[in-house]
Design a protein around this ligand. Structure first.
Ligand code: BES
Ligand code: ZN
Length: 882
């Protein structure tokens, strides 16, 4: 049953504690492909009231087969059961036991929420509101209970039976072909963390000894035959377990930690207590099948879900408005893990690129919302870049403001004070205020005000007084529902670079020290004066991207070149090159649209040449330096009246120029970085491959001889990173080698869906008019299926998100195709359909012809009477807001 009604929005201010608590849950699940029986026995107690409130439990498409209260069948007049709720108007005054039987059809569950089957494996996904698709329950995160789960199934169909917690007992059911397993999770948890799995799965086992000497069994379950692709995931798991002990003092708590990989999964992975369930894309890897990027994502996502054990599971969220409490904080933790395991500057640059590409865009459009939203119609639509990525930035700013030890004290207090509870953002922040003595009232605006703050800085040097003054103004633009904003607390890390390229020491004129090089902005306008500045310095602003803001300053092109060459902050060296490129690209887009002549920037070329020839720089960093702003980056920078064709033309021209002008150095670097040893996924090796392949791509932009180089690399590659990089480069040129390689790739990997996803994505991203027809044709290819989220994202998602010119075709055919796909998918899987529909979120920034076409497509979706709540919410906000 589809929830098509336009439900009233849920509001933060309406929060009330639950009327009833659930102390224990006993679940008895008898698995069957189309008729699974679930018996839930809930021990319930009234929450404080003397006159007991009615018991109201949530359901979603449920069929009730029996209901008992304290052991006796309830009279039909004593309750009301619909597919979506179960109400007992006059429950007993004290603790009672409710026994609820429901009947489910996991094979018919195409939403992939609740209990469903993925290639025959039974599995569950309960976050955010999926538990109510299994049984009637107060399905809200502040109801925390202790779960015992008994699962029963045909031995042949599901030899492996898993649930949260520790195994209790297992055995055959005499006289039948069935067996059972029982699991007990001693840690109280909200229903969204419940999980069970049943299927024919292979297992890779290892162990981990915790800091207090406890021995933990680690298991990864995968499709039989894929065991040899689990080594990296297991290695990542052990490293992140150690890291959480060292960096946060957090030890694992159960005796066993399990990860299950499934083929059909709406998201990346899920942190169910002791039983994480993963999209197989983020578990399986081997050098022949996975790229360096895949290896890095697996490491990060394994860590992210593991870190949730403390930030999410042990301490959970009081309500879904507090989602950033677990997600933003856990993203921050996984970012720090990656920074420590790999290269901190490279990780920071990559994260900021993602933040700007997703969160800044979200914040600038109709779907903008605060890190802690105040209302929602569909919670699934709030697992956003703002909650996750901006949420992580807010935690990072807290660390910048408090310093590493103040931050750690606050975290320790949070774990101590709220372990076992469902907490709020306010309680989290209070821990840092209490631990540091710093007032964080104004800081809370980061959680309530949407929009990206804009900071304007003017630096002026007074040679006579040897002072340097910064005049700083901040403003937050209006966002839907928030026309007027207050000044934020912004930690702005700054440096003054002397003529020798070294940092000058910083001292305020009032004698206060500049702690860790950070200025704290907290007014609409303010000034800072530094004394003892012997020479005119070059100003380095927002070092390490200390705040998620847009900064403009009176820096000349010469200043930027100087920063690119000398800043002690690697992030700002990268930022300076990006800023130079942005200026050039924006000018050239205007020139191309106005019929003028685009120009080159000799200084940018010179800066890049110097970086390419600097042996002291790590290759991964140089690769990022050589990567020019993407088409989407340029569009975001231009901000309005966007013409994707002109953007592609300007960007291509720049890349061609770089390829031609730096040809010999690029060729030499490409040659020097050839490696014939065995593949290793480590960050340094991956960085060398990234630089090599960046060189290849720029060389190809400049001319045909590199096409032969790419074709050769494609055929001779011994790992997936090099093979897919060569194929991606080739795919952008209409040369005969291209189709031959595309066909060859399919023949090689036809049996491996995760690799075929790469093949789908790469074809969807080709920036040429024939692509839409190619994508359409691929929807009919046997490798494609609308039922599998990975396939949909690989083909349709890639087309809408990474092909700016073809999705945004001036004739509107790209938009119409997306609308059609959203409408076809929505009845089956509203969550994935809803995510696809967010591709329209920047439609108002387009030039008028495309804007009108996009609006037509959005209105076409909106006109569908049976639209899911998920898609309806995104489409109506996209049309209203902004
Ligand atoms: N808790 C989420 C998974 C989730 C998201 C469940 C939305 C239900 C609805 C999980 O911890 C998560 O955040 N996963 C991310 C990957 C992570 C590395 C950011 C995902 O699935 O994309
Ligand atoms: Zn998460």
């Amino acid at each position: 049953m589809m929830r098509t009604e336009q439900a009233r929005p849920i509001r933060l201010e309406d929060y009330r504690p639950p009327d009833w608590r659930v102390e224990t849950v006993e679940l008895d699940v008898s698995l069957h492909p189309t008729a699974t029986k679930v018996r839930a026995t809930l021990k319930m107690s009234p929450n404080g009231e003397t006159v007991p409130a009615p018991i109201v439990l949530e359901g979603d498409g449920l069929t009730l087969t029996s209901l008992k209260l304290d052991g006796s069948e309830l009279h039909p007049d004593a309750y009301v059961a619909t597919p979506d709720s179960l109400t007992i108007a006059q429950p007993p005054a004290g603790t009672c036991y409710l026994q609820i039987d429901t009947l489910l059809d996991p094979s018919a569950n195409t939403q992939l929420m609740g209990l469903y089957r993925s290639s025959g494996t039974y599995c569950t996904q309960c976050e955010a509101e999926g538990f109510r698709r299994i049984t009637y329950f107060p399905d809200r995160p502040d109801v925390m209970a202790v779960y015992t789960t008994r699962i029963e199934a045909e031995k042949s169909e599901a030899p492996i039976l898993l649930a949260n917690g520790n195994p209790v007992r297992a055995g055959d059911i005499p006289g039948t072909t069935r067996h059972f397993a029982e699991w007990h999770d001693p840690f109280p948890k909200p229903s969204y963390l419940f999980a069970l799995v049943g299927g024919n799965l292979a297992c890779v086992e290892d162990n981990f000894v915790t800091m207090s000497g406890r021995d933990i069994v680690l298991r990864i379950y995968v499709e039989p035959g894929k065991e040899d692709r689990c080594a990296w995931a297991m290695d990542s798991l052990k490293r992140c377990m150690r890291w959480d002990e060292e960096a946060f003092g957090r030890e694992y708590d159960l005796d066993i930690f399990m990860i299950v990989a499934v083929n059909d999964f709406n998201m990346g992975a899920m942190e169910n207590k002791g039983l994480n369930i993963f999209n197989d894309k983020y578990v399986l890897a081997s050098p022949e099948t996975a790229t360096d990027t895949d290896f890095a994502s697996i490491e990060a996502i394994i860590a992210h879900e593991y870190f949730h054990n403390w930030t999410g599971d042990r301490i959970t969220c009081r309500d879904w408005f507090q989602l950033c409490l677990k997600e933003g904080l856990t993203v921050f933790r996984d970012q720090e893990f990656t920074s420590d395991q790999r290269s901190r500057p490279v990780k920071r640059i990559s994260d900021v690129r993602l933040l700007r590409a997703h969160q800044f865009v979200e914040d600038a459009g109709p779907l903008a919302h605060p890190v802690r939203p105040r209302e929602y119609r569909e919670i699934n639509n709030f697992y956003t870049a703002t909650v996750y990525e901006k949420g992580a930035e807010v935690v990072r700013m807290l660390k910048t403001l408090l310093g590493p030890s103040g931050f750690r004290k606050g975290m320790d207090l949070y774990f101590e004070r709220h372990d076992g509870e469902a907490a709020t953002v306010d309680q989290f922040i209070q821990c840092f205020a209490d631990a540091s003595g710093i007032d964080l009232t104004q800081f809370m605006l980061w959680y309530s005000q949407a929009g990206t703050p804009e900071v304007v800085v003017t630096g002026s040097y007074d040679p006579a007084a040897q002072t340097y003054r910064l005049d700083v103004a901040q403003a937050v633009p209006p966002t839907p529902g928030q026309p007027v904003k207050e000044a934020m607390v912004i930690p702005l890390a700054v440096g003054l670079i002397g003529p020798d390229g070294r940092d000058m020491s910083l001292a305020f004129n009032d004698g206060r020290p500049v702690v860790r090089g950070v200025l704290t902005l907290n007014q609409p306008a303010q000034s800072f004066t530094f004394v003892g500045v012997p020479h005119r310095p070059v100003l380095s602003l927002n070092r390490g991207f200390s705040a998620p803001i847009k900064v403009t300053a009176n820096l000349s092109a010469d200043d930027l070149k100087f920063i690119a060459a000398h800043d002690s902050d690697p992030f700002n060296r990268w930022q300076a090159v990006q800023s130079l490129a942005n200026t050039l690209l924006t000018d050239n887009v205007a020139a191309i649209r106005g019929g003028g002549t685009p120009h080159d920037d000799e200084e940018l070329i010179a800066a890049l040449a110097a970086l390419l020839n600097d042996p002291a720089l790590e290759p991964a960093f140089v690769a990022l330096m050589l990567t020019m702003p993407s088409e989407a980056d340029i569009a975001r920078d231009i901000g309005r009246d966007v013409d994707p064709d002109a953007i592609l033309a300007a960007r291509t021209r720049l890349r061609t120029t770089i390829g031609a002008r730096l040809g010999p150095a690029l060729r030499e670097t490409y040659r020097r970085l050839q490696e014939d040893g065995p593949y290793s996924p480590d960050a340094a090796s991956a960085g060398r491959r990234a630089l090599k392949n960046a060189c290849l791509d720029l060389l190809a932009a400049a001319g045909v001889s590199a096409i032969a180089l790419a074709a050769r690399q494609y055929h001779q590659a011994t790992n997936m990173t090099d093979r897919i990089a060569a194929l991606t480069t080739l795919s952008h040129y209409g040369v005969p080698e291209r189709q031959a390689a595309i066909d060859d790739f399919y023949r090689r990997y036809a049996a491996d869906p995760l690799i075929i996803d790469k093949w789908l994505s790469l074809q969807a991203a080709i920036p040429e008019p024939a692509t839409l027809e190619r994508v359409r044709a691929l929807t009919a290819h046997p490798a494609f299926s609308l039922a599998n989220p990975n396939r949909v994202r690989a083909l349709i998602g890639a087309f809408a998100q990474s092909n700016q010119t073809q999705f945004n075709r001036a004739d509107g055919a790209g938009y119409a195709f997306l609308a059609e796909t959203v409408l076809a998918l929505d009845p089956k899987n509203p969550q994935v359909a809803s995510r696809l529909s967010t591709a329209f979120r920047s439609w108002r920034a387009l030039e008028p012809v495309r804007r009108a076409q996009a609006e037509t497509a959005l209105r076409h979706i909106a006109a569908e009477p049976k639209l899911s709540r998920d898609v309806n919410d995104i489409v109506s906000r996209s049309l209203d807001g902004g």
